[in-house]
Write a protein that binds this ligand. Structure first.
Ligand code: PMP
Length: 401
């Protein structure tokens, strides 16, 4: 008699099923453009040189030990992470109304924030963009929030559906939580302009919505840490509340180290203290304390001005390589006379391109050309190289003609 035999299989995850299909494809020329990780020009996982240096320094530093961190993680890490997103001279930080928790990368930070909101916020509705990163609904549903969508992308213009976005946020119930991707929107590669952000801020504040920023790609949109933080800083500058989940997965290439932070900006020091005490209860019940290694790497880099500078140079290098891959792919399609306007490939921002290929074409790309992408037609530009661009362009040309 089995207690567990009545468990039903989970529904297939569309992203993972493409990933497995690629893994099981024996073709020597297969190309995996599904995952949002930056690869080197040789198509290999890329570890930043400054990360290697920080790890060497840590290995030689005998003052480190393996005791538990505090529930909220490394204190210096939290201070430096708040500074990274809010800026050097943030008034909210000076006024002690910001609390930061070292969490398990972007996902863990979103989950801890969601769990806290599900327990303490009256309005349990959370709005995410349509489309958005596929894991957002899972994270928020699991925490007990009810997920709704706001219009974001217009397939006709391959740009932002700004009117739809404002209408949907304007019609959201007062107090609803709204997830805003801080920059380099996944999967569309389409971000609001700063003027549009200001209009979004006004509507969010006038409707008393609670902004929850997902900041998974800081630095990956423009190549500059501060420019990419601008939208978040506009909201923080008005003195009102918000939550921010920050990931070091992409901008430091620390995907598997699971290092990130949840920052909560409150209206007063008193509120911040109460919020902190409740988030610590959530953390304690979920995993007690966060892991040391990734946070130690990040702290070593952010603390040291030479290493910080070297990091920003390497980050800019990754962004520039992605930009040149966009350009090469666009030019390769132009050279083949591939029907359609492909300028969105060079206009879109960040790690991904939303190609506009439909599911049937995506399946053909896999079956006939051994090139894998998500069913919504999203490719990871960070997974391309000058060697693989011509094959990708040939395959796109073949499936659209
Ligand atoms: N948010 C968005 C928009 C993402 O694209 C990702 C990674 N794909 C994450 C959060 C979380 O990434 P991680 O947990 O690895 O930091």
């Amino acid at each position: 008699n089995s207690i567990l035999s009545s468990v039903l299989p989970a529904p297939e995850d569309p992203i993972l099923s493409v990933y497995y299909a690629c893994r099981d494809d024996p073709s020597p020329v297969k190309l995996n453009l599904t995952a949002g990780t930056y690869q080197s020009e040789e198509g290999k996982p890329h570890v930043l040189e400054v990360v290697r240096r920080a790890e060497q320094q840590l290995a030689n530093d005998l003052s480190w030990n393996k005791e538990y961190l505090p529930l909220n993680g490394l204190a210096d890490f939290n201070k430096l992470s708040a500074k990274l997103i809010l800026g050097d001279d943030s008034l909210a930080v000076k006024e002690n109304r910001v609390v930061t928790f070292q969490c398990l990368s972007g996902t863990g930070s979103l989950r801890v924030g969601a769990e806290f909101l599900a327990q303490h916020h009256q309005q349990r509705v959370i709005f995410v963009p349509n489309p958005t990163w596929g894991n957002h609904p899972n994270i928020f549903n699991m925490a007990g929030l009810s997920v709704e969508h706001y219009r974001y992308y217009d397939p006709e213009t391959r740009g932002l559906d700004f009117k739809g976005l404002l209408e949907d946020l304007g019609a959201a119930p007062s107090g609803a939580i709204v997830v805003l991707q801080a920059c380099a929107h996944n999967p569309t590669g389409v971000d609001p302009t700063f003027e549009q952000w200001e209009k979004i801020r006004k509507i969010v504040r006038s409707k008393s919505l609670l902004p929850f920023f997902d900041n998974a790609y800081q630095g990956f949109a423009s190549g500059d840490i501060d420019s990419d933080a601008q939208a978040v800083r506009m909201f923080v500058a008005d003195g009102d509340e918000c939550l921010i989940a920050l990931s070091y997965g992409k901008n430091m290439g620390l995907y598997g180290e699971r290092v990130g932070s949840l920052t909560i900006v409150c209206k007063s020091e008193d509120v911040a203290k109460k919020v902190e005490s409740q988030v610590l209860l959530v953390v304690r019940a979920m995993y007690l304390t966060p892991p040391i290694h990734g946070a130690a790497i990040v702290t070593t880099i952010l603390k040291n001005s030479d290493m910080y500078k070297d990091w920003t140079i390497e980050l800019k290098g990754m962004v520039d390589r992605i930009l040149s891959m966009r350009q090469e792919l666009y030019e390769a399609l132009q050279a083949r006379g591939t029907p359609g306007d492909w300028s969105h490939i060079i206009k879109q921002i960040g790690m991904f391109s939303f190609t506009g290929l439909n599911e049937k074409q995506v399946r053909l790309m896999a079956k006939e050309h051994h090139i894998y992408m998500t069913y919504d037609g999203r490719i990871s530009i960070g997974g391309l190289s000058s060697k693989t661009v011509p094959r990708l362009a040939d395959a796109i040309h073949a499936v659209v003609t």
